[in-house]
Design a protein around this ligand. Structure first.
Ligand code: HQG
Length: 183
């Protein structure tokens, strides 16, 4: 199979994010309750809406995506997390490690100190298992600021944590009392 160039991979990955997380209606597809859609239906809809993707390209993007954003199972595909449309990822609640990390930028820190971390446009607050990943997440928006989340303490207090198929930790809300801010 021909190796796809990086730019094409990124374009396909962004196209999938748009339609599997945020706006399936734009190409006339419907996600099931758990976020899945048939691969055939997706490829046909993409072609009909002016963005043809081959099955081989789709596989390559899903398999080699560094963040494993998409999962294919039984001929169906879904985004592993990050939705704004309502889907139930049906992930079990699991015990988190002692600490998790959240990468953000200075301009949000004032609000986060008051309100804690909120899901904003997504379904969950996204937390990273390590400092380096959180730094990369924050750097999407500017100079990264990494917050440390006392995950074990939250869990002990009854907050639920889930882990998506690609290792992102998800919480509904992180109150400010469980956050450590850089001094
Ligand atoms: C901030 C990417 C004001 C929060 C990444 C963040 C990640 C607040 C932004 C994944 C706030 C939301 C998620 C509050 C949180 N007041 N701002 N109370 N609480 N914020 O993109 O975590 O490429 O929805 O700090 O790698 O940045 O999509 O979340 O800056 O894994 O696969 O509000 O997205 O993955 O932004 O990123 P986002 P995120 P993908």
């Amino acid at each position: 199979m021909a190796v796809m160039d990086e730019r094409r991979m990124i374009r396909i990955s962004k196209y999938l994010a748009r339609h599997l997380r945020h706006d399936p209606r734009r190409i006339g597809i419907t996600l099931d309750a758990n976020g899945w859609v048939s691969v055939d239906v997706l490829l046909r809809a993409a072609a009909e809406h002016g963005f043809p993707i081959t099955a081989a390209e789709l596989w390559q993007v899903v398999e080699s995506n560094d963040k494993r954003r998409y999962a294919i199972e039984d001929g169906r595909i879904r985004a592993s997390q990050g939705h704004s449309v309502p889907v139930d990822l049906d992930l079990p609640a699991v015990e988190p490690p002692e600490v998790l990390y959240h990468g953000t930028v200075a301009r949000f820190v004032g609000a986060i100190r008051k309100e804690g971390l909120r899901a904003m446009n997504r379904h969950h607050v996204h937390l990273s298992p390590d400092w380096e990943t959180a730094t990369r997440v924050g750097a999407r928006r500017g100079v990264p600021v990494v917050l440390v989340v006392a995950a074990e303490a939250m869990h002990a207090d009854g907050y639920l944590f889930r882990r998506s198929a690609n290792g992102v930790w998800l919480a509904d809300h992180v109150p400010p009392g469980y956050l450590r801010f850089p001094s």
